[in-house]
Ligand binder design. Structure first.
Ligand code: F6P
Length: 338
């Protein structure tokens, strides 16, 4: 093992830089070069990006652990779904004498990594970097903790205005098709309602709307208070804006707020920096012990390996315990009116 390639792919996540740093430092310890490829898989396919690739020095990764985004840039890469794109990526890896490729990303990125193996014989390892926390086999993905904290900070501020005006807010959170961010943020912000894939079905949208409208009116009459609903993106037709309009039509003063990409940025919290550092070291050690086709994972605070196929097979569900906890808290709050 002489040369490891590394790229970051898909939605950037806070902590990706910490992972790059960790891979470079660990590889340096074992006298292995790390070649950084820029702009996700495009860095292996598009000539203008291929020529940007370079061996990452210790200086390149100095002072980046606290930075959001990714020094290697990121992108989605539709060409990785084509034979031509996969072949071009394989040709670049061969031309650069890469023995193993590390990809920091989410399920789309790992799908590419699985497909690449039909065209290239080197070792491949995934490091889970996505705010969505939707990869199976790992308790947490890099970036999730920071995204949750960022959303909490934003909603705490929204709460001030909501309280001052005794107004309802619908806050839409990221997560693609998973509710991890929504449920965790909802609980941490004491949201009056959490609407996510685990507790809502589109067939019951009309009924849900009637119930929510009734509850908001009741809460505002009895407690003269704010009312915050957190809702997962891609859940309600038309999103938070449509839901807010539908509630306004029922006479409820209501504002939609789509938090959006603010959740992807910012300095990673300690949890993400530490997770990324542990995973980077584990990735290099796994490669040295000839492992391939795996994602580095953490279960109950211990590093482990999951096959890439397992990691993306079925999006990780929000635990029933968390869903129940939110339901129970909601019921208790209604009873005690606090
Ligand atoms: O996967 C990360 C994520 O931020 C999702 O939560 C979101 O649905 C998606 O990426 C947004 O992607 P883009 O920035 O390409 O619009």
């Amino acid at each position: 093992m002489k040369r490891i390639g590394i790229l970051t792919s898909g939605g950037d996540a806070p902590g990706m830089n910490a992972a790059i740093r960790s891979v470079v430092l660990a590889a340096h310890h074992y006298h292995i070069d790390v070649v950084g490829f820029y702009h996700g898989y495009n860095g292996l396919i598009e000539p203008e990006y291929v020529q940007q690739s370079k061996v990452l020095t210790l200086a390149d990764v100095n002072g980046i652990i606290h930075c959001g985004g990714t020094i290697l840039k990121s992108a989605r890469c539709p060409k990785m779904h084509t034979e031509q794109g996969l072949q071009a990526a394989a040709d670049t890896l061969a031309a650069e004498n890469i023995d193993a490729l590390v990809v920091v990303g989410g399920d789309g990125s790992f799908t590419g990594l699985i497909a690449l193996q039909a065209y290239w014989q080197g070792q491949v390892i995934g490091i889970p970097g996505t705010i969505d926390n939707d990869l199976a086999g790992t308790d947490f993905t890099i970036g999730f903790a920071t995204a949750v904290n960022t959303a909490i900070e934003a909603i705490d501020k929204i709460r001030d205005t909501a309280d001052a005006f005794e107004r309802a807010f619908i806050v839409e959170l990221m997560g693609r098709h998973s509710g991890h961010i929504t449920f965790n943020v909802g609980i941490a912000c004491a949201a009056e309602q959490v609407l996510s894939f685990e507790n809502f079905s589109p067939q019951h949208a009309t009924q849900t709307l009637v119930t929510i409208a009734k509850e908001i009116k009741q809460a505002q009459q009895e407690r003269h208070s704010s009312y915050i609903i957190v809702i997962a993106e891609n859940l309600w037709q038309g999103g938070a804006t449509a839901l807010a309009q539908q509630l306004q039509q029922q006479g409820i003063e209501c504002t939609a707020c789509v938090l959006g990409h603010i959740q992807r940025g910012g300095s990673p919290v300690a949890k993400d920096r530490i997770l990324a550092t542990k995973m980077g070291v584990a990735a290099v050690q796994a490669l040295i012990s000839s492992k391939s086709n795996i994602m580095i994972a953490e279960q109950h605070s211990a590093m482990c390996h999951i096959t890439l196929a397992e990691a993306i097979k079925q999006g990780k569900l929000v635990s029933q315990q968390l869903v129940d906890a939110q339901q129970n808290i909601l019921a208790l709050t209604a009873q005690t009116q606090c």
